[in-house]
Design a protein around this ligand. Sequence first.
Ligand SMILES: Nc1ncnc2c1ncn2[C@@H]1O[C@H](COP(=O)(O)OP(=O)(O)OP(=O)(O)O)[C@@H](O)[C@H]1O
Length: 466
Amino acid sequence: MRGPDGKLRDGQQLAEGSIVAIRGGVVDVAFSAPVPRVHALVRAGSVAMEVAALLENGVVRCIALGSTRGLGLGMRASSTGGGIEVPVGETVLGRMLNMFGEPLDGLPPPAAIERRLIHQPPPPLSERVLRAEVLETGIKAIDLLSPIERGGKTGLFGGAGVGKTVLLSELIHNTVEHHHGVSLFCGIGERSREAEELWREMGEAGVREQMVMLFGQMNEAPGVRFLIGNSALTMAEFFRDDRGQDVLLLIDNIFRFVQAGSEVSGLLGRMPSRVGYQPTLATELASLQERISSTRRGSITSIQAVYVPADDFTDPAAAHIFSHLSASVVLSRKRASEGLYPAVDPLASSSVMLTPAVVGQRHYDIARAVRRTLAEYEELRDIIAMLGIEELSAHDRATVARARRLERFLTQPFYTVTASVGTEGKLVPIAETLDGCEEILAQTHFDLPESAYYMIGGLSELEAVA
Ligand SMILES: Nc1ncnc2c1ncn2[C@@H]1O[C@H](COP(=O)(O)OP(=O)(O)OP(=O)(O)O)[C@@H](O)[C@H]1O
């Protein structure tokens, strides 16, 4: 690739070729020597492409990173042999950029300290560290049942419309302001409207200056949605490695990265594998996820929304993403339909942080007791539906009473939806969440109706009512 000044760098040689085939977003270009290598950037007119495969006789197969409209057979294409680079450094902070690091916010391009290739190896194993530290979010259900690991990876799983984006925005609201370091938001294949909203909200909250936003939304070419994660990581790695900072990386939605990989794979003519996904799904995902790691120098804490197709958690994409995470917050449609927001499924959500050694014995015991109570209630639900609650033993009735209160206590008003719901959002420290759950498990204040526990902050609010 030419430098920002458009000139060739030392040792680079311009290769000229011509287009011999175009199939959707895949373009074949025939080069006489030198033939560009895999991941080289090729330009034809205004269209940028990345070499994905080398065919016979100097023909390279490229993925277009924009619309191929206007390209024609025989058209000239050129490559310097260099790969795609993005600007890195403090000057990208406060900006909204695309996968090339070009502005989407209408301002001049960031004057970068340096430009770096978007494909980079993950840090070596010997450099990695685990800190076993919890990132408190102020969201009761998450802090209690699925604590987020600082420097780890958390997934927010859910089918369409169960509240992934709302929860991710709330997490941004609750953590970005208190985060000492930089934040990076990477939008992959979601709606552009959501991108615009987030950009505006971050500006209003005054946190934009310590944040970079990269977007490759659903209207972009599959190649863009496939590569934008790499662009984001290259920028994040600069802050982690060169500046020794803690980076908060938010991704909405990592499933769209897998989906884009599948589109690209199809266009490249590869035979699909299980459920139609690309045969390279595991490798592609790992090459991105492994770069998201914490090292001796700095950390990357990532929170990734994961769309689960047709609410099927055995879907290969969801299952593979799951295997990379240290905490999984699973959102359930049933809870969302009952209005129990955030719709966190207490039995399906998990975290490697939830051990006595990390969160302490008391937290661990309360979380287990809450889970057990809710699991017992789940089993009793069928009997209640068939025979009515009167048929239950006194012991079971008490379990149901506790479970229904816990369920409601774990709901919480969010800042993100204040305008549409009408209640001001609330942050609840983990100590208050633990006290609250303990009191419910001990059946304190049981004279109050269940509804008193719904959409409150800490249990002290209940005492005010009582
Ligand atoms: N915590 C909440 N409190 C109140 N309403 C909520 C909450 N979370 C989600 N909702 C409701 O659910 C709707 C869908 O939420 P959201 O857009 O976050 O879903 P999603 O899972 O990201 O969906 P998609 O897969 O379509 O992107 C919201 O517009 C809102 O009406």
